[in-house]
Design a protein around this ligand. Structure first.
Ligand SMILES: Cc1ncc(COP(=O)(O)O)c(C=O)c1O
Length: 449
């Protein structure tokens, strides 16, 4: 990159400096995908984010979804500061943890009991362990394209490359990382999302061996793929018939889809739910919630659940503020967020049409994804991971995202957009004004040579 003409010289210099200390210059692999350079930020406020070069972005990356309340909401900063003055961490109990647990019970009908952790990856570990201990069975059934954290177990069958997919009926249970315990893949059954009959056949094939079915209620880690009618009900029915646990991974959807999360939005009742991101609004906080009987193995100590920082008062103070903010929105939430997101989706679609760019936003609104169709690809809603890989032109999206970044609109590296409660109609209108020259630039420069 030419530093003289780049709007990111300080980020570039910091990224180069980081190479000598931070391994690879980033602290999470996906951040390397930001082009032309992973950006360094100085501060944020509401729906805006400011980098060290003084660029101001309208931010729809929203801390990968955690920043549901916008950047640095004042009340939250005060709540955290007040707690910080009283103490950061006691590795012991506090009334705050009961207050947060009671709020979760009030908001989520299936949340009869609660345990806290610091990341959703840890909560997934706990959920799988509980499912196996409770049922005495071994296998976890999961869906292609759904992400459940970066642990050995969370990533099996997540996003296999197309040449290793395996048969339609028998999706491969590959792991994308080196260094895992190889037998871990054998503890999983992978199924395709949004094909109820295929799912029934997968469960029948492993009858009597399935401890749990885990899923993202809306598949936000591959495109933004909502469940087809009847799918979540079929998962419930199959879990009941098999004596398996239904585990909803609501790390992204939690509180973004309403106080009752996506399970209330779609009308299902899982046994265990993984919560992360928006439960902490940007602090490292996560929770496992679910029906009391499934916590018996934890309560008896048969299943080990631990963590030095679990339920630390600093994160609890933040979470209490976040949950109160959601509760204050009343039963109408997420209507306003959905409407604002739809406005942005429609505006982006309009720009795509104007500039002849084959880009199709999809999703409920409060979160959505922009699919860039490959030449000749079918239009219409993306229904599954395989469908997505076949139709989405990832390099083309990366180019458009880069153009958007240059015009100070920030979406997620892989095509997802999050709305926050701090975004206003004026933010959306301004984002679309900024996006117009970005679309024009993309249309002029693509296909890139
Ligand atoms: C659905 C889902 N589950 C689990 C995780 C893991 O969360 P964390 O990064 O907090 O460990 C993520 C993270 O993006 C996620 O999207």
């Amino acid at each position: 990159m030419n530093v003289k003409t780049s709007p990111f010289p300080k980020s570039q210099a910091l990224f180069e400096r980081a190479q000598n200390s931070v391994a690879g210059g980033v602290n999470s692999g996906i951040r390397k995908l930001e082009v032309p350079v992973p950006l360094y930020f100085s501060h944020g406020r509401g729906g805006r984010l400011y980098d060290v070069d003084g660029n101001e972005y309208i931010d729809f990356q929203c801390g990968q979804g955690a920043i549901l309340y916008g950047h640095a909401p004042e009340g939250m900063a005060d709540a955290i500061a007040a707690q910080a003055r009283l103490g950061l961490h006691w590795a012991a109990q506090s009334e705050l943890e009961i207050e947060v647990a009671e709020r979760l019970q009030k908001m989520i009908p299936s949340a009869e009991r609660v345990r806290f952790n610091s990341s959703a990856t840890e909560v997934v570990i706990a959920a799988f362990r509980i499912a196996r201990a409770h049922t005495g069975k071994r296998l976890i059934l999961r869906f292609e394209g759904h992400y459940h954290g970066w642990g050995d177990e969370g990533l099996v069958g997540f996003a296999a490359p197309a040449d290793k997919w395996g048969e339609e009926e028998e999706p491969a249970r590959l792991h994308p990382s080196a260094g895992i315990i190889s037998e871990v893949t054998e503890q999983f059954v992978v199924a395709r999302w949004n094909d109820v009959e295929h799912l029934r056949r997968r469960v029948a094939q492993y009858h009597g061996q399935i401890a749990a079915i885990v899923f993202e209620p809306c598949g936000c880690n591959t495109s933004c793929i909502e469940p087809v009618p009847g799918l979540l009900e079929a998962i419930r029915e199959l879990c009941d018939a098999e004596g398996a646990l239904m585990i909803a991974d609501e790390t992204i959807t939690g509180f973004r889809f309403g106080a009752g999360c996506a399970q209330s939005f779609y009308g299902v009742s899982p046994d265990l739910t993984v919560l992360g991101k928006a439960i902490g609004g940007g602090v490292p906080f996560a929770a496992l919630v679910g029906k009391e009987r499934f916590f018996e193995t934890v309560m008896s100590g048969r299943v080990v659940h631990a963590g030095t920082l679990n339920g630390n008062p600093l994160c609890l103070a933040a979470s209490k503020w976040c949950l109160d903010a959601v509760l204050a929105l009343g039963p109408g939430h997420p209507e306003a967020l959905v409407a604002l997101g739809k406005e942005l989706m429609e505006g982006l679609s309009g720009l795509a049409q104007r500039y002849g760019i084959p880009m199709v936003p999809q999703g409920p609104g409060q979160v959505f994804h922009c699919t860039m169709l490959k030449p000749g690809a079918e239009t219409g809603v993306v229904r599954s991971y395989r469908d997505y890989v076949k139709r989405h032109d990832a390099p083309r999206w990366a180019h458009l995202r880069r153009c958007l970044l240059l015009h100070k609109v920030r979406a997620i590296e892989r095509g997802l957009w999050f709305l926050s409660l701090a975004h206003t109609k004026a933010d959306v209108a301004e984002a679309l004004e900024r996006a117009e020259p970005a679309f024009a630039q993309h249309a002029a420069e693509w296909p890139a040579v």
